[in-house]
Design a protein around this ligand. Structure first.
Ligand SMILES: CC(C)(COP(=O)(O)OP(=O)(O)OC[C@H]1O[C@@H](n2cnc3c(N)ncnc32)[C@H](O)[C@@H]1OP(=O)(O)O)[C@@H](O)C(=O)NCCC(=O)NCCS
Length: 176
């Protein structure tokens, strides 16, 4: 069951994470360029392992998750993407809403893969999961991510200015 493909695009397929993904996951989390706008500091192996166990290895409910991204030409795990539960301020999932994220190994940046994955998951979230809103928050310095998010149809909703980091909050909803 764990290896079932949930979604497929021209160059990618998506499945639940498995233990065999752990080393590649930890390598990504240890890369300062990968982490620059998503957390800031590289994660040590122990921290990354814990994060993997607490998050990506947990049972998936209603198909809302960050799925393992496999690059078909190499049959290789290269990152994660998906629509996961959108939690309110009391850490409860908001019914009918999801949050989008995409994270790729640096070796695969600039090939259009985040855009390809993002388009597929927005279609999946709105048309198959029937969500009425998908949100995402991006560090305002993360130009590549902003570009991807706008290309796949998200609209800027709000700007959150912080002392150290600021965020763009984006939303996408079904066309009425
Ligand atoms: C952000 C990230 C997902 C982009 O992945 P990617 O596969 O390289 O993205 P794509 O190739 O689909 O598209 C990137 C687009 O941004 C553009 N771009 C790249 N760097 C840029 C920059 N510094 N400024 C502006 N645009 C930039 C590219 O030209 C491309 O646009 P184009 O298709 O119009 O030419 C990837 O860099 C990543 O995983 N970063 C680490 C984790 C992260 O920041 N995730 C986002 C948080 S949700």
């Amino acid at each position: 069951m764990a290896n079932d493909v949930i979604l497929e695009t021209e160059r990618l397929y998506f499945r639940a994470h498995i233990l065999a993904d752990l080393d590649a996951y930890c390598t990504m989390e240890a890369d300062p360029d990968f982490r620059r706008y998503v957390g800031g500091l590289p994660r040590r192996r122990e921290e990354a392992e814990q994060k993997f166990k607490d998050g990506l290895s947990q049972p998936i409910i209603d198909n809302l998750s960050m799925w393992a991204m496999v690059y078909k030409p190499e049959n290789k795990y290269i990152g994660r993407c998906g629509v996961y539960p959108h939690f309110n301020s009391e850490s409860r999932p908001i019914p009918g809403e999801g949050a989008f994220g995409v994270y790729l190994d640096k070796a695969y940046w600039g090939m259009g893969l985040a855009t390809e994955a993002g388009k597929a998951f927005i279609d999946f979230g709105l048309n198959q999961l029937k969500l009425h809103r998908i949100v995402t928050a991006i560090d305002t310095r993360n130009d590549a991510s902003v570009h991807v998010i706008e290309k796949i149809g998200f609209k800027l909703h709000q700007i959150e200015k912080g002392a150290l980091r600021s965020f763009y909050h984006y939303i996408i909803e079904p066309k009425s």
